[in-house]
Write a protein that binds this ligand. Structure first.
Ligand SMILES: Nc1ncnc2c1ncn2[C@@H]1O[C@H](COP(=O)(O)OP(=O)(O)O)[C@@H](O)[C@H]1O
Ligand SMILES: [Mg+2]
Length: 408
């Protein structure tokens, strides 16, 4: 059996082969009352194909990367580049555009950041735009909620996660929409991958599309009277090319294809219910954005950003140019493989030479490192296996370093 979750850049096709025009599903507008002549043009209502008046609350900047990012039709989207093209607001609207179209409580989203305080920008921007739709959305500010809730049942949560054990409190949840804010803040993609297990939906179009009974027959309450398309499962991340996860994100999202290219990955597994091997094609895409595209940005902000990076070419490349070719600063970052470079603990033979090195870290954390130099002698590992590292090669033992920054 082959399941192809890939979708063409132009239209999305649902499993019943009905073509779905996703732009018609977007609900980034609000119905208006009668418009009078003296209302400024920008505030005048548009009329949709059914003759209803509406006012656009938010739309992607025309001919910009936002237009691509808002509707990539890929399972995984990385919206990356400089600071300021509108990555965060596009992430929020990507969730918001499927609110109020009938998915109700099945349309649930969660946006993660590594630090609670960094969720503030997402919350502030959503507070600026979401209430403008006048759809009764409610911001719930308590630490346990910290989410938007719509009267129709949809929810968008904001959470901070840092380590793998944070996942435990989400186990078993269902979030068809997952957002990662500033993905390179995470040193690896371990959390990203682990949270894929909650990127799921139990929405069944035939059963759960809103419907009423007329003359003993169900009638779907949709514009075309048909069930809604299946809920898309999507992960939408934003980031600059900077930070501890620079190389991990580059390797996963930037290197495999050009910007805008849908990259497919095949995942095979044995489906116990179907009793056969299943091959699922997952899609991913990277979209590049430049702050020169964003007409809402104050030129003073642009100038300030350029000035802030004037003395740091790496930062300039990352924040102003969105350039991934600069390294994040870790000398071994692009060579390091945990499976190759980390060996299980073993007892260092007493004849091996042990050295110690030390860095004061006057502007960075300090570090003390112990090195064991192999002399050709075999070692017995904890599982009983024998290992003979090359003579003269060095093993680094667990190190001691300050993690607070500043002089150690
Ligand atoms: N299409 C848009 N409509 C209205 N405001 C926008 C739009 N795109 C971006 N902005 C505004 O531009 C500013 C920068 O956007 P933001 O999403 O924070 O950028 P980034 O996350 O890429 O740094 C924000 O104030 C945002 O609300
Ligand atoms: Mg942002």
């Amino acid at each position: 059996m082959t399941i192809d979750l890939s979708v063409s850049p132009v239209r999305m096709v649902d499993p019943t082969r009905r073509e779905v025009n996703v732009s018609k599903l977007m609900d980034l507008r609000k119905p208006t009352v009668k418009i009078t002549e003296d209302v400024p043009e920008a505030l005048q209502a548009n009329v949709d194909e059914l003759g209803r008046e509406f006012e656009v609350v938010w739309e992607p900047i025309p001919n910009s990367s936002q237009e691509l990012a808002i509707n990539t039709r890929a399972h995984h989207t990385l919206y990356h580049g400089a600071r300021g093209p509108g990555k965060t607001i596009t992430q929020l609207m990507r969730f918001r555009m499927r609110v109020g179209i009938g998915y109700g409580a099945y349309w649930r989203g969660i946006v993660f950041d590594r630090e609670f305080k960094h969720l503030g920008d997402l919350v502030a921007q959503s507070k600026r735009f979401f209430p403008q739709f006048e759809d009764g959305c409610l911001w719930m500010n308590s630490a346990s909620e910290y989410k938007w809730k719509w009267p129709t049942g949809e929810e968008l949560l904001f959470r901070h996660v840092k380590s793998l054990d944070h996942y435990d409190s989400f186990h078993g949840h269902e979030y068809p929409f997952i957002g990662w804010n500033e993905l390179t803040k995470h040193p690896t993609l371990e959390l990203y991958d682990k949270f894929m297990s909650v990127n799921r939906s139990s929405f069944s179009p035939e059963k759960h599309t809103p419907r009423t009974k007329v003359n003993n027959k169900y009638v779907y309450q949709t514009a075309d009277g048909k069930p809604l398309p299946p809920i898309p499962l999507e992960v939408f991340s934003t980031t600059n090319p900077n930070g501890p996860g620079h190389n991990a994100v580059k390797k996963r999202f930037i290197d495999p294809g050009r910007n805008g290219e849908i990259v497919k990955r095949e995942i095979k597994y044995f489906d116990a219910i179907a009793g056969e091997e299943v091959c699922v094609t997952r899609t991913q895409v990277a979209i590049f954005g430049s702050f020169f595209e964003n007409r809402y940005l104050d030129p003073v902000y642009r100038a300030g950003l350029i000035e802030a990076c004037a003395h740091d070419p790496h930062l300039h490349a990352a924040w102003v140019q969105g350039d991934w070719s600069v390294n994040s600063g870790g000398a071994l970052d692009d060579l390091w493989e945990n499976t190759i470079h980390i060996v299980p603990q073993f007892k260092v033979p007493k004849d091996w030479r042990v050295d110690r090195s030390f860095d004061w870290g006057s502007t960075h954390p300090f570090a003390t490192v112990w090195w064991a130099e192999a002399n050709g002698e075999e070692v017995t590992m904890e599982d009983g296996s024998i290992w003979c590292p090359q003579r003269g090669s060095h093993r680094l033992s667990p190190l001691w370093m300050s993690h607070l920054g500043g002089p150690g």
